[in-house]
Design a protein around this ligand. Structure first.
Ligand code: SF4
Length: 115
C-alpha cells in the first residue's frame, strides 16, 4: 500500500493506492484523485516550468513551460535541453521553442508574450 497526497486540487486528499489490488485508490474525495493516484504509481507525469535565454527583450530570461505533462523520468533531460534554447523577441505565448522533448510529443512553449 502506497500513501500519497493528491496534488490535483488544493484540498490535498491523502490517498492510499493498493498495488496488490490493481492499484485501487482510497481516500480520494472525487474521481480525479483515483486517476491521479493510479497514474502516479504507474506512469507519473509533471508539467515542467522553467526559463530560457531571451534575446532582444527587456529581461534576459523568458518563462517557459511544457504544453502538457512530461513523464517524470524525463524531467532532468528536459531541463538540460533548455540550456541550449534561446528565444528571440518577438515571442508569443504558446510559441513552440523546443518540440517533441525526448520523443515524448511534449513541447516547450513560451509562457508569456514579449513583443
Ligand atoms: S481527490 Fe479530488 S478533491 Fe481530493 S485533492 Fe484530489 S482532486 Fe482534490
Amino acid at each position: 500500500m502506497k500513501e500519497l497526497i493528491c496534488i490535483t486540487c488544493p484540498k490535498g486528499c491523502h490517498l492510499k493506492v493498493d498495488e496488490a489490488n490493481d492499484y485501487a485508490v482510497s481516500g480520494n474525495a472525487c474521481p480525479r484523485g483515483a486517476v491521479y493516484g493510479r497514474n502516479e504509481l504507474l506512469h507519473p507525469v509533471r508539467v515542467v516550468t522553467s526559463t530560457v535565454r531571451l534575446e532582444g527583450g527587456p529581461t534576459p530570461r523568458l518563462n517557459v513551460k511544457t504544453d502538457k505533462p512530461l513523464p517524470k523520468d524525463k524531467m532532468f533531460e528536459c531541463m538540460a535541453l533548455l540550456d541550449d534554447v534561446t528565444a528571440t523577441v518577438p515571442v508569443h505565448v504558446g510559441d513552440v521553442l523546443l518540440a517533441n522533448i525526448c520523443g515524448t510529443d511534449v513541447n516547450i512553449v513560451a509562457a508569456k508574450s514579449v513583443l
